[in-house]
Unconditional design. Structure first.
Length: 430
């Protein structure tokens, strides 16, 4: 088996390598290919990856490449974890929002739109290559904004089997089990637990958790609400959580507590991108140490907890036909009654050899669906803008997003976005 990672120079890669090593007994991986456009990062990160595998008696080969076609050819699974424009482009997205007193964040609002416009054409080019070089491969997209990018893949690269993946669901599941396990005085197994989540990537609501088929949600809600009441500065409004009986995805704070987030932006620098740039600088210095043959502890500061678990569990479930339930991003194809069947949603799916099948799900209540529908409209417009270099669609996307600029500032924000990222938006400038 050959697995290819596009964006192999990412500082996440060593954790991913460790995940494959942990599952070597059930996943017959022969070659792990790391491809990147940055030779220096590929050499440093790839070198550590090779040392990690060597320290475990080399159950598979790690190969480094700057050639995308060579990397994709014959792959069974492909993971995309790239960032068009690098971390400096993420920083520009953040400060683009700040300049107009809007949320500056890489996956939502104007920052998410800007990142998607840069990223979607590149991901679709990869998918086109994959259709020729490895037509039976499954593409796992971790690249943010993950749900929006997956929407583009499903609409413009239907010939490629693809799924959008994020670590929020598994992180939430682990945290909830830890809370409840602490109250019960016993550890609870995450592998036997299933989380019920519905929404869009980074805009979803958690509304159920079972363990070996037993419904734990009433006890989860009791423990979660008790924690909010005991906190002098609770993350969520207690009355809202008690009313919904759901736990919002933490990215919903940008919508539910916008003024607090905007106030925090006024304290920049450092923005989150600038913090991560410093963390990555330190990580790469550690990675370059030829004596290092394990992922360093500082990697957890980078974010993305359980990233390797999400990726490797999903691949194992698919390859070994396990029929496991995973929360992923894909077209729901009617799983949620009354919603457009071609929408990409984040929801529980059964993963087996014959594909990734969404499980039937009850629609969200109207109070949540209204926000979701607005953001989905923005996503669909952003896909069209990215694919066709469509300025009108880009304007409408900014107008549609609830965290976007007011009508009289849309053109100014769009002009700024296009100039700021001109190098990565040739379809608009041509």
């Amino acid at each position: 088996m050959k697995i290819a990672i596009i964006g192999g120079g990412s500082t996440y890669t060593p954790e991913l390598v460790s995940g494959f090593l942990e599952r070597a007994a059930i996943l017959p991986l022969n070659e792990l290919w790391l491809m990147d456009t940055d030779p220096r990062r590929l050499e440093i990160v790839g070198g550590l990856a090779q040392r990690i595998v060597k320290s475990q008696r080399k159950p598979f080969d790690v190969r480094l490449s700057l050639d995308r076609a060579e990397t994709l050819s014959g792959a069974a699974y492909v993971i995309t974890q790239l960032r068009v424009g690098g971390m400096s482009a993420r920083r520009n997205d953040e400060y683009l929002g700040k300049r107009y007193h809007l949320i500056g964040q890489e996956t939502t609002g104007v920052g998410g739109i800007a990142k998607a416009l840069r990223t979607i054409p590149v991901i679709l080019d990869i998918a086109a290559d994959l259709g020729e070089l490895a037509p039976k491969a499954l593409l796992l997209n971790f690249t943010n904004p993950a749900g929006l990018v997956t929407e583009a893949l499903k609409r413009y690269a239907p010939q490629v089997a693809s799924v959008g993946v994020c670590n929020v669901a598994i992180t939430t599941k682990m945290e909830l089990l830890e809370i409840l396990g602490g109250r019960m005085g016993v550890p609870l197994s995450s592998e036997r637990a299933e989380l019920d989540t519905l929404g869009l990537n980074h805009l979803s609501w958690h509304r159920g958790l079972t363990l070996d088929g037993e419904d734990l949600w009433p006890r989860i809600m009791e423990a979660f609400i008790a924690g909010l009441k005991a906190d002098p500065h609770p993350e969520w409004d207690v009355g809202m959580v008690e009313s919904l009986r759901m736990i919002p995805n933490y990215y919903l704070q940008y919508s539910d507590d916008t003024e607090r987030k905007l106030a925090a932006q006024e304290q920049w620098p450092p923005s989150r991108a600038e913090q991560v740039m410093q963390v990555e600088k330190e990580l790469l210095e550690q990675y370059a140490d030829t004596a290092l043959d394990q992922p360093p502890e500082g990697l957890m500061q980078r974010g993305g907890a359980y990233y390797s678990t999400v990726a490797t569990q999903l691949i194992c479930a698919h390859y070994n036909d396990l029929g496991e339930i995973h929360v992923v991003n894909t077209r729901h194809d009617g799983a949620v009654p009354g919603w457009p069947t071609d929408w990409v949603l984040e929801l529980p799916c059964r993963v087996s050899r014959d594909g990734i099948k969404p499980l039937p799900a009850q629609p969200l209540i109207p109070a949540c669906f209204e926000l979701l529908a607005q953001v989905k409209a923005c996503e669909l417009l952003t896909v069209e803008a990215a694919v066709h270099g469509d300025l009108a669609a880009a304007r409408q996307a900014l107008l549609a997003h609830p965290l976007g600029p007011p009508v009289d500032r849309v053109q100014a924000v769009l002009d700024d976005l296009l100039v700021t990222h001109r190098e990565y938006l040739p379809r608009f400038w041509n």
